[in-house]
Design a protein around this ligand. Sequence first.
Ligand code: F6R
Length: 242
Amino acid sequence: MNIKIFKNTDDIGKVAAMMFSTQVISKPNSILGLATGSTPIPTYKAMQKNYDEGLVDFSQVTTFNLDEYIGLSHSHNQSYYYFMQENLFRGINVKEENIHVPSGTSEDTDKIGCEYDAMIEASGGVDIQILGIGQNGHIAFNEPCDEFPMGTHKVTLTENTIEANARFFETKDEVPKFAITMGIGTIMKAKKIVIIATGENKADAVYGMVKGEIKPQMPASILQLHPDVTVLCDESAAKRIL
Ligand code: F6R
């Protein structure tokens, strides 16, 4: 793992955005794996700036998001599709038909999951994937469990995740209890992974990811086995690995 520690979270966003922009400049029809949550927002802002300044053209890229809440339609203001429109897609020139976010409203999640993985595979696979990390070590919505899940699948969100995400909803009760998420197997197939962790509340998860035993109870620890992972952390998130 290539670990970089920063004083300032805006610098993390700039570096991550530059990694994405460099990827797109070198391969204009790149396949981008994208995440939601607070962590990637500075990266998405910096990607929009790179686009505004004419450094990069996203017109040929295809995007696949990691996950979506079950029960929220794309037009719901807390859906991850909506988040992506607000925080990234609106500010760059990615084509609507090239955007993929798993459907949170389909009855047959097994079918949707298989189709999503098949679409990623058919596109040639994710060239660069951005990830955040949960306080419990989850990546995407792969929560701590007894076996690493492989493909895109339905998950029951843990109490820890529901609590962490309640800040985006009026009340905790409104947070969906289920989600559809790329599996660990899907994520590990990405050619390059950039994982960002900021804030002291991520310090234990960062320790588990970087120095802990590789086990499904700490999902991010699997990244130790990936050949091309860059970890971008601020000093608070990195405090247990310094
Ligand atoms: C989001 C996702 C999650 C988040 C993680 C951290 O698509 O898959 O794994 O990356 O929960 O969330 P934040 O960034 O809000 O702390």
